[in-house]
Ligand binder design. Structure first.
Ligand SMILES: [Zn+2]
Length: 164
């Protein structure tokens, strides 16, 4: 089954970044984007529109393209999302740029010089965004996000295996 693709509205900017961290192709709505335009984009690009706007869901004539979440915090929104769409939070983690959604590639030799000096020893493998040039390595930010992804993954497995 192909990985679902997402379009997050402005209420779910943080969730959108975490979906990118988990490797899911995720767009985040621009400020002021209209619901109708978002819906049209979701349909056109075969994305799930992640929204908190129930009105929009009610008006949506695009079954299968809208996913309404009632949670606002990123962790509870992630749990709610996982219950509606199977998400593997870890399998493809850190394969996309958190800022622009592009797939990361292995950074070219010499990129280590762009890593802050104090992080170089710990950096390990370096990945680069081909679109914005940002570098990713297993630093504190990535570790923190990975910790969240791991917790969410464990929680979703527990839910999946508990008798209902
Ligand atoms: Zn980027």
């Amino acid at each position: 089954m192909p990985m679902p693709r997402f379009l997050c509205d402005r209420m779910f900017v943080r969730l959108g970044r975490y979906l990118r961290a988990a490797g899911y192709d995720t767009l985040i709505a621009a400020d002021g984007a209209e619901d109708r335009a978002l819906l049209a984009q979701a349909r056109r690009e075969h994305r799930l529109l992640v929204t908190g706007d129930r009105e929009l869901a009610l008006h949506a004539r695009a079954p299968g393209h809208v996913l309404v979440l009632s949670s606002t915090g990123v962790a509870s929104a992630a749990a709610e999302l996982s219950r509606q769409v199977p998400i593997d939070w870890l399998a493809h983690s850190f394969t996309r740029c958190l800022l622009c959604n592009a797939r990361l590639r292995r950074a070219p030799a010499g990129a280590l010089e762009r890593v802050p000096r104090e992080s170089r020893q710990l950096a390990g493998e370096l990945w680069e965004c081909p679109a914005c040039g940002r570098l990713y390595w297993e630093g504190s930010h990535v570790r923190r996000m990975r910790g969240c992804l791991r917790r969410w993954q464990e929680a979703s497995l527990e839910v999946a295996s508990s008798p209902s």
